[in-house]
Design a protein around this ligand. Structure first.
Ligand code: GLU
Length: 484
């Protein structure tokens, strides 16, 4: 059996977006499922729009998502310019391709004429039958040329798409298209076929926006008399409004999801569901399950809908499946990635893990951890008290906190149970409502009205910090009173 070799071939003309990553993922899953190879090829022949920054962001995204390519090597088309010229010369020798000297201006005129007559533009083959002598003359007169492939203008070309079935094109709808630009750089279709051939690509899996390129690529395979790989074109991804996915619907760069605190495995799991499903409509997969279950038979040709709400739901589900230790590690990686590790001062791994555990069920994205547990780690003066939301009278606040301080200072065991007992006793002793006591203490130590279980929060924070916070707040509260 032929070995399975697939490739991901992005053009570095923009950040890697949701659709691009979905293509990479499907290729990678297909390779993993079939014990095949997954190659990374950077199609950087668009000199004007390709950039090193985009190459870096593509690689960073793949590394983050752990979509590892084989051989640890990346193929850059622009490092192989001579190879494409050599292959092009083979076609010229067999008269299957010819140089075309028509100027941009002439082509523009032809295009305008076709617009006026409402017919699709086709090159008029003006240069297709020039003699060798005529070509020489044009070249010595300084004329630059492109290379065009001779395309049959009768009959049809078809291929069996592994997702969509048979697709047929009338050859008459194609013209002798350009395969080499005047500077000798190959066009996308030409470079793609040469590379897929030399890399022995068995399956070409890509977005459906490439369907119309496939017959052109088949013309090139046929000109060389090369074996044609299998093709599969994935469904397009639409926003919920039914329009093709764009910046409006999702972050244009997949790395933005990383910044927001989505897990890599959520992105992979979610994107796997855009155009692929299992019999039982399973939604949550481990990466190993995806590798085991993925198949082209279960890919759909109907458009997939990108739903940010579902993505967020899936992320919170994935987060719920993590242990607090795992989540803590992921959070630290995330802070590091955003250059924010300094944001949480005065923390240690154990304390952070406990704090995360306390709020585990509320975390939807890693970013949430920051505001859910920030009060554990910021210095007293950095704590943001939103006094406007605070409802208890000033004098009552002072009273309660002074009572609380006296009681807490003598507590030897600062566990949640003991703290709770202590504050409830205080309510009985002082005749103050326990809910008011809890409210005041929570606000004094966290700056918030709502949050995790107060007694657990106090235990994790520790006696020393709780007392220092209450004292700090008392000073702050007096300022607030004076302003009134
Ligand atoms: N460079 C093309 C793209 O980014 C690759 C298409 C293909 O996979 O053949 O869309």
């Amino acid at each position: 059996m032929k070995s399975i070799i697939v490739r991901f071939a992005p053009s570095p003309t923009g950040d890697l977006h949701v659709g691009g990553i979905r293509t990479a993922l499907f290729n990678w899953l297909f390779a993993k499922n079939k014990k095949g190879k997954f190659i990374l090829r950077i199609e950087d022949t668009d000199e004007l729009r390709s950039s090193k920054t985009f190459i870096k962001s593509i690689i960073d995204a793949l590394l983050w998502l752990e979509l590892k390519w084989d051989n640890n090597k990346i193929f850059f088309q622009m490092q192989h310019k001579d190879m494409y010229i050599k292959f092009a010369n083979l076609l010229i020798d067999k008269d299957l391709a010819y140089p075309c000297y028509c100027s941009k201006k002439e082509i523009e005129i032809l295009k305008k004429e076709s617009i006026a007559s409402k017919t699709p533009f086709k090159y008029n083959k003006k240069c297709s039958n020039l003699s060798l002598l005529q070509r020489k003359q044009l070249e010595t007169s300084g004329k630059k040329s492109v290379l065009r492939l001779r395309v049959p203008n009768t009959g049809s070309t078809s291929f069996e798409d592994s997702i969509r079935g048979k697709i047929i094109f009338e050859n008459s709808s194609f013209d002798d298209f350009i395969i080499l630009k005047p500077n000798g750089i190959p066009t996308y279709n030409f470079a793609c076929v040469i590379d897929d051939h030399i890399m022995k690509i068995s399956h070409v899996l890509r977005g459906d926006d490439h369907i119309s390129n496939t017959p052109k690529q088949i013309f090139i395979y046929k000109a060389f008399n090369w074996e044609i790989p299998k093709f599969a074109h994935m469904s397009m991804i639409l926003g919920k409004d039914g329009a093709r996915l764009s910046k409006r619907h999702s972050h244009i760069s997949v790395l933005n999801y990383r910044k927001e605190g989505f897990l890599a495995e959520t992105i992979l799991n979610y994107l796997a569901l855009l155009g692929w499903s299992t019999e039982d409509s399973q939604q949550i997969f481990t990466i190993d399950e995806l590798k085991r279950k993925f198949s082209l038979n279960k890919c759909s040709s109907s458009p997939a809908i990108f739903d940010p709400v579902k993505l967020l739901w899936l992320n919170s589900e994935k987060i719920r499946l993590k242990t607090p230790e795992q989540l803590c590690r992921l959070f630290i990686d995330w802070l590091n990635y955003n250059g924010n590790l300094k944001l949480i001062k005065d923390w240690d791994y154990e304390l952070l893990t406990k704090a995360i555990e306390l709020e585990h069920s509320k975390i939807k994205v890693l970013k949430d951890i920051l505001y859910l547990v920030d009060f554990f780690f910021v210095t007293d003066s950095e704590l943001n008290y939103s006094l406007s939301e605070y409802k208890i009278e000033y004098s009552e606040t002072i009273n309660i906190l002074n009572f609380v301080l006296v009681k807490l200072v003598v507590l030897n065991n600062f566990s949640a149970i003991v703290i709770e007992q202590c504050l409830r006793n205080l309510s009985k002793l002082s005749g103050k409502k326990s809910s008011n006591i809890f409210h005041v203490v929570r606000f004094a130590i966290s700056g918030k009205i709502k949050g995790p279980s107060l007694f657990h929060m106090m235990e994790i924070m520790g006696k020393h910090k709780v007392i220092a916070r209450i004292k700090f707040f008392l000073k702050k509260a007096s300022k607030y009173e004076r302003k009134k």
